[in-house]
Design a binder for this molecule. Structure first.
Ligand SMILES: NC(=O)c1ccc[n+]([C@@H]2O[C@H](COP(=O)([O-])OP(=O)(O)OC[C@H]3O[C@@H](n4cnc5c(N)ncnc54)[C@H](O)[C@@H]3O)[C@@H](O)[C@H]2O)c1
Length: 194
Protein backbone atom coordinates (compact mmCIF):
# COMPACT_ATOMS: atom_id res chain seq x y z
CA UNK A 1 0.00 0.00 0.00
CA UNK A 2 1.47 3.35 -0.96
CA UNK A 3 0.27 6.74 0.24
CA UNK A 4 1.43 10.18 -0.81
CA UNK A 5 2.19 12.59 2.02
CA UNK A 6 4.43 15.53 2.80
CA UNK A 7 6.13 14.13 5.87
CA UNK A 8 7.27 17.58 6.97
CA UNK A 9 3.63 18.56 7.53
CA UNK A 10 2.37 17.55 10.98
CA UNK A 11 -1.20 16.79 9.93
CA UNK A 12 -0.10 14.72 6.92
CA UNK A 13 2.54 12.84 8.92
CA UNK A 14 0.01 11.95 11.63
CA UNK A 15 -2.62 11.00 9.07
CA UNK A 16 -0.12 8.71 7.32
CA UNK A 17 0.66 6.90 10.57
CA UNK A 18 -3.03 6.68 11.55
CA UNK A 19 -3.94 5.29 8.16
CA UNK A 20 -1.17 2.68 8.25
CA UNK A 21 -2.48 1.50 11.62
CA UNK A 22 -6.10 1.55 10.46
CA UNK A 23 -5.42 -0.29 7.19
CA UNK A 24 -3.00 -2.92 8.51
CA UNK A 25 -3.97 -3.11 12.19
CA UNK A 26 -0.49 -2.31 13.41
CA UNK A 27 2.67 -0.31 12.96
CA UNK A 28 5.91 -2.01 13.97
CA UNK A 29 8.58 -0.33 11.84
CA UNK A 30 9.09 3.25 10.73
CA UNK A 31 11.89 4.21 8.33
CA UNK A 32 12.42 7.94 8.00
CA UNK A 33 13.88 7.85 4.52
CA UNK A 34 12.55 11.00 2.84
CA UNK A 35 15.28 13.50 2.19
CA UNK A 36 16.25 16.33 -0.14
CA UNK A 37 19.46 18.15 -0.91
CA UNK A 38 20.50 21.23 -2.82
CA UNK A 39 24.04 22.15 -3.73
CA UNK A 40 24.31 25.82 -2.88
CA UNK A 41 27.26 27.89 -1.69
CA UNK A 42 26.77 29.00 1.93
CA UNK A 43 26.72 32.70 0.97
CA UNK A 44 23.83 32.09 -1.44
CA UNK A 45 21.52 29.90 0.64
CA UNK A 46 18.11 31.54 0.90
CA UNK A 47 16.18 31.27 4.15
CA UNK A 48 13.39 29.39 2.36
CA UNK A 49 15.86 26.79 1.05
CA UNK A 50 17.37 26.38 4.53
CA UNK A 51 13.90 25.91 6.04
CA UNK A 52 12.81 23.37 3.41
CA UNK A 53 15.87 21.17 3.94
CA UNK A 54 15.57 21.30 7.72
CA UNK A 55 11.83 20.58 7.51
CA UNK A 56 12.15 17.50 5.29
CA UNK A 57 15.43 16.08 6.58
CA UNK A 58 15.02 16.74 10.30
CA UNK A 59 11.57 17.94 11.38
CA UNK A 60 9.83 15.16 9.45
CA UNK A 61 11.74 12.51 11.40
CA UNK A 62 10.55 14.16 14.61
CA UNK A 63 6.93 14.36 13.42
CA UNK A 64 6.71 10.83 11.99
CA UNK A 65 8.83 9.37 14.77
CA UNK A 66 6.67 10.88 17.47
CA UNK A 67 3.41 9.80 15.83
CA UNK A 68 4.69 6.25 15.26
CA UNK A 69 6.23 5.96 18.74
CA UNK A 70 3.00 7.09 20.41
CA UNK A 71 1.21 4.28 18.65
CA UNK A 72 3.94 1.74 19.50
CA UNK A 73 3.89 2.78 23.17
CA UNK A 74 0.10 2.50 23.34
CA UNK A 75 0.22 -1.04 21.91
CA UNK A 76 3.10 -2.01 24.20
CA UNK A 77 4.82 -4.38 21.78
CA UNK A 78 7.92 -2.32 21.05
CA UNK A 79 9.02 -1.42 17.54
CA UNK A 80 11.80 -0.14 15.33
CA UNK A 81 12.51 3.35 14.11
CA UNK A 82 15.25 3.83 11.56
CA UNK A 83 16.62 7.16 10.42
CA UNK A 84 18.86 7.79 7.42
CA UNK A 85 21.67 9.95 8.77
CA UNK A 86 24.43 9.76 6.17
CA UNK A 87 28.15 10.20 6.58
CA UNK A 88 27.38 13.89 6.10
CA UNK A 89 26.11 13.88 9.66
CA UNK A 90 29.84 13.61 10.47
CA UNK A 91 31.76 14.98 7.51
CA UNK A 92 30.95 18.20 5.71
CA UNK A 93 31.05 18.77 1.99
CA UNK A 94 31.09 22.17 0.33
CA UNK A 95 27.81 23.69 -0.85
CA UNK A 96 25.89 21.53 1.63
CA UNK A 97 25.83 23.58 4.84
CA UNK A 98 22.07 23.17 5.25
CA UNK A 99 22.11 19.47 4.28
CA UNK A 100 24.89 18.49 6.68
CA UNK A 101 23.33 20.60 9.44
CA UNK A 102 20.02 18.76 8.99
CA UNK A 103 21.66 15.33 8.97
CA UNK A 104 23.89 16.15 11.94
CA UNK A 105 20.73 17.07 13.81
CA UNK A 106 19.11 13.82 12.72
CA UNK A 107 22.01 11.83 14.14
CA UNK A 108 21.60 13.44 17.56
CA UNK A 109 17.81 13.09 17.37
CA UNK A 110 18.38 9.36 16.80
CA UNK A 111 20.52 9.06 19.91
CA UNK A 112 18.30 11.20 22.15
CA UNK A 113 15.12 9.37 21.19
CA UNK A 114 16.86 5.98 21.50
CA UNK A 115 17.52 6.73 25.16
CA UNK A 116 13.93 7.77 25.88
CA UNK A 117 12.22 4.96 24.01
CA UNK A 118 14.44 2.11 25.21
CA UNK A 119 12.12 1.44 28.15
CA UNK A 120 9.29 0.81 25.69
CA UNK A 121 11.46 -1.68 23.76
CA UNK A 122 11.47 0.60 20.75
CA UNK A 123 14.83 0.53 18.92
CA UNK A 124 15.92 3.77 17.32
CA UNK A 125 18.94 3.52 15.05
CA UNK A 126 20.36 5.11 11.93
CA UNK A 127 22.01 4.09 8.70
CA UNK A 128 24.83 6.24 7.38
CA UNK A 129 24.97 5.83 3.61
CA UNK A 130 27.96 7.14 1.67
CA UNK A 131 27.44 7.77 -2.05
CA UNK A 132 24.51 5.71 -3.29
CA UNK A 133 23.28 5.57 -6.88
CA UNK A 134 19.79 7.08 -6.65
CA UNK A 135 17.75 9.93 -8.11
CA UNK A 136 19.23 12.18 -5.41
CA UNK A 137 22.80 11.74 -6.65
CA UNK A 138 22.03 11.43 -10.35
CA UNK A 139 23.22 14.97 -11.10
CA UNK A 140 26.43 14.71 -9.06
CA UNK A 141 27.34 11.30 -10.43
CA UNK A 142 26.71 12.42 -14.01
CA UNK A 143 29.28 15.17 -13.58
CA UNK A 144 32.65 13.41 -14.17
CA UNK A 145 34.56 15.87 -11.98
CA UNK A 146 32.22 15.59 -9.01
CA UNK A 147 31.90 11.82 -9.44
CA UNK A 148 35.70 11.51 -9.30
CA UNK A 149 35.85 13.67 -6.15
CA UNK A 150 33.14 11.59 -4.46
CA UNK A 151 34.70 8.27 -5.47
CA UNK A 152 38.13 9.41 -4.28
CA UNK A 153 36.74 9.08 -0.75
CA UNK A 154 35.55 5.50 -1.22
CA UNK A 155 38.23 2.82 -0.64
CA UNK A 156 35.89 0.13 -1.95
CA UNK A 157 36.07 1.92 -5.30
CA UNK A 158 32.47 1.89 -6.39
CA UNK A 159 29.29 3.81 -5.84
CA UNK A 160 26.89 2.11 -3.42
CA UNK A 161 23.61 0.63 -4.66
CA UNK A 162 20.19 1.00 -2.96
CA UNK A 163 20.39 -2.72 -2.14
CA UNK A 164 23.48 -2.06 0.04
CA UNK A 165 21.40 0.28 2.19
CA UNK A 166 18.31 -1.95 2.12
CA UNK A 167 20.32 -4.90 3.47
CA UNK A 168 21.46 -2.82 6.44
CA UNK A 169 17.89 -1.63 7.00
CA UNK A 170 16.64 -5.22 7.01
CA UNK A 171 19.08 -6.07 9.78
CA UNK A 172 18.35 -3.02 11.93
CA UNK A 173 14.59 -3.58 11.63
CA UNK A 174 14.82 -7.28 12.47
CA UNK A 175 14.64 -9.09 15.80
CA UNK A 176 18.37 -9.84 15.40
CA UNK A 177 19.03 -6.16 16.09
CA UNK A 178 16.99 -6.00 19.31
CA UNK A 179 20.05 -5.16 21.42
CA UNK A 180 21.35 -2.54 18.97
CA UNK A 181 20.20 0.89 20.12
CA UNK A 182 21.03 4.47 19.23
CA UNK A 183 23.78 3.48 16.84
CA UNK A 184 24.65 4.38 13.29
CA UNK A 185 25.54 1.67 10.81
CA UNK A 186 27.70 3.09 8.02
CA UNK A 187 27.13 1.80 4.51
CA UNK A 188 29.76 3.89 2.83
CA UNK A 189 32.35 1.64 1.17
CA UNK A 190 34.82 2.73 3.84
CA UNK A 191 34.57 6.53 3.39
CA UNK A 192 34.76 7.28 7.10
CA UNK A 193 37.79 5.09 7.77
CA UNK A 194 39.84 6.44 4.88
N1 LIG B 1 21.85 8.73 -2.46
C1 LIG B 1 22.84 8.96 -1.60
O1 LIG B 1 24.04 8.96 -1.96
C2 LIG B 1 22.52 9.24 -0.17
C3 LIG B 1 23.60 9.32 0.69
C4 LIG B 1 23.35 9.54 2.01
C5 LIG B 1 22.07 9.68 2.45
N2 LIG B 1 21.02 9.64 1.61
C6 LIG B 1 19.70 9.81 2.19
O2 LIG B 1 18.92 8.69 1.84
C7 LIG B 1 17.55 9.06 1.84
C8 LIG B 1 16.92 8.59 0.55
O3 LIG B 1 17.52 9.31 -0.49
P1 LIG B 1 17.68 8.74 -1.98
O4 LIG B 1 19.12 8.81 -2.31
O5 LIG B 1 16.94 7.46 -2.14
O6 LIG B 1 17.00 9.94 -2.77
P2 LIG B 1 15.68 9.96 -3.67
O7 LIG B 1 15.58 11.38 -4.12
O8 LIG B 1 15.74 8.89 -4.68
O9 LIG B 1 14.55 9.61 -2.63
C9 LIG B 1 14.11 10.55 -1.69
C10 LIG B 1 12.63 10.37 -1.54
O10 LIG B 1 12.15 11.30 -0.55
C11 LIG B 1 10.89 11.73 -1.00
N3 LIG B 1 10.55 13.01 -0.38
C12 LIG B 1 11.20 14.19 -0.51
N4 LIG B 1 10.57 15.13 0.20
C13 LIG B 1 9.50 14.55 0.78
C14 LIG B 1 8.46 15.00 1.63
N5 LIG B 1 8.40 16.27 2.04
N6 LIG B 1 7.53 14.11 2.04
C15 LIG B 1 7.58 12.81 1.64
N7 LIG B 1 8.54 12.32 0.85
C16 LIG B 1 9.47 13.19 0.42
C17 LIG B 1 11.03 11.86 -2.51
O11 LIG B 1 9.75 11.83 -3.11
C18 LIG B 1 11.85 10.65 -2.82
O12 LIG B 1 11.02 9.52 -3.09
C19 LIG B 1 17.52 10.59 2.05
O13 LIG B 1 17.24 10.87 3.39
C20 LIG B 1 18.94 11.01 1.70
O14 LIG B 1 19.31 12.20 2.36
C21 LIG B 1 21.22 9.40 0.30
Amino acid sequence: MARRADVSDKAQAEHMVDEAVRRTGSLDILVNNAGIEFLTPFLDIAESEWDRILDVNLKAAFLCGQAAARHMVSVGRGGKILNIAPINSHVALEKQAHYVASKGGLLMLTKAVAIELAKYRINVNAIGPGVIDTALTKGSLADPERRAVLLSHVPWGRVGQPRDVANAALFLCSDEADYVRGTILYVDGGWLIS
